[in-house]
Design a protein around this ligand. Structure first.
Ligand code: ACO
Length: 325
């Protein structure tokens, strides 16, 4: 018998306000066609003026706990992946803990930009396997709208706000084969030499301001395609499986062309790929758990399906997680 981290429940939350591509035309010099053709995005959700990342995270966490009928007091660790915390400190994770009346437990944020949720899953998996925690709330939550330069058409049309969550639970009674439910492996990478391709031009110890996103889109695109393909191959090889054994690819939702390219390299049809970028835009660390919950609640991903999660973002950072749902 071995110990695995099983995804028991998923949840999500999207702010009510929707900005369509047509709405973006009245904000910057762009066109609906340009945005959709270059990125696949049709609309994005934008948080209200007084809404914060913690509000979104709390709502997504509540949804996950309710969906799995899981008691908040069973949670012994909260990890929030975010790039847009309410404050420099305390973490969004402790705000979730307070709002949901979760007893004293481990609570912290993870910062790996758009790869944040993949990193958080990797950390949570290690905590469960090592016996440090049994029931972990893993959340990806972002208010990207608050760090966008709304005059920069090369970035502001691409991002949106939202949050997604999963509850990981320890299962000690698995055989240790690919037939078991749970996470099989995580593969996390970073290349700090590429930190200037995608960054925010502010921060507490530099400008004492929050700053705005700056991105060399073409360069990031090129590395995204390469890294996604590399990490997917690495994950398949580590588990000695072939692409046809994967039921669903759940990629970071930055650009439909990056997603299609990864699926093509895997030889997977787009009918096996979860796509929400058209509806949500790029919600950074929230994009994967949002897509996952969308596919689970929409009846696509079912218990027992093999899922491959992958993402990349600022840093540059990238990674993948293989799991049986
Ligand atoms: N509307 C109209 N025209 C525009 C817009 C816009 N919103 N933005 C740029 N353009 C123009 C450019 O000025 C350029 O014009 P020029 O040729 O006259 O100079 C032209 O469109 C083409 O621009 P490119 O940047 O070459 O367009 P590209 O096809 O590369 O698409 C995009 C841009 C969508 C940003 C793409 O490069 C991309 O998706 N990059 C990767 C993004 C990503 O994956 N990020 C990682 C995660 S994000 C995170 O970690 C926070």
């Amino acid at each position: 018998m071995t110990r695995r981290a099983v995804i028991q429940a998923t949840g999500s939350y999207l702010p009510k306000k929707i900005l369509t591509n047509a709405d973006m035309e009245s904000i910057v010099d762009t066109s609906s066609e340009w945005i959709e053709q270059r990125s696949g995005i049709k609309q994005r959700h934008i948080g209200a003026e007084n809404e914060t990342t913690a509000d979104l995270a709390i709502a997504a966490a509540r949804d996950a706990l309710d969906s799995g009928n899981i008691a908040p007091d069973s949670i012994d660790c909260i990890i929030v992946a975010t790039t847009t915390p309410d404050q420099t400190f305390p973490s969004v994770a402790v705000k979730v803990q307070a709002a949901l009346n979760i007893p004293q437990c481990i609570a912290f944020d993870v910062q790996a930009v758009c790869t944040g949720f993949v990193y958080a899953l990797g950390v949570a998996n290690s905590f469960i396997i090592s016996g440090q925690a049994r029931n972990i709330l893993v959340i990806g939550a972002e208010m990207m709208s608050k760090i966008l330069n709304w005059e920069d058409r090369t970035t502001c049309v691409l991002f949106g706000d939202g949050a997604g969550a999963v509850v990981l639970q320890a299962d000690e009674n698995v055989q240790g084969t690919l037939d078991d439910r749970g996470i099989f492996s995580s593969h996390l990478h970073a290349n700090g030499a590429q930190k200037d391709l995608l960054y925010v031009d502010g921060g507490p110890s530099s400008t004492q301001t929050t700053g705005h996103i700056v991105m060399q889109g073409k360069e990031v695109f090129k590395y995204a395609v390469q890294y996604m393909s590399d990490v997917v191959k690495e994950t398949l090889a580590a588990n000695d499986i072939t692409p046809d054994q994967i039921d669903w690819l759940v990629p970071h939702q930055a650009n439909i062309r990056i997603i299609e390219s990864t699926a093509k390299k895997l030889g997977m049809g787009m009918d096996k790929v979860v796509v929400t970028v058209d509806q949500h835009g790029n919600t950074s660390a929230a994009s994967i758990p949002l897509a996952l919950d969308n596919a689970v609640k929409g009846g696509k991903i079912k218990r027992g399906d093999m899922i491959l999660i992958e993402g990349m973002g600022g840093g540059l950072t990238w990674g993948a997680v293989l799991a049986r749902f």
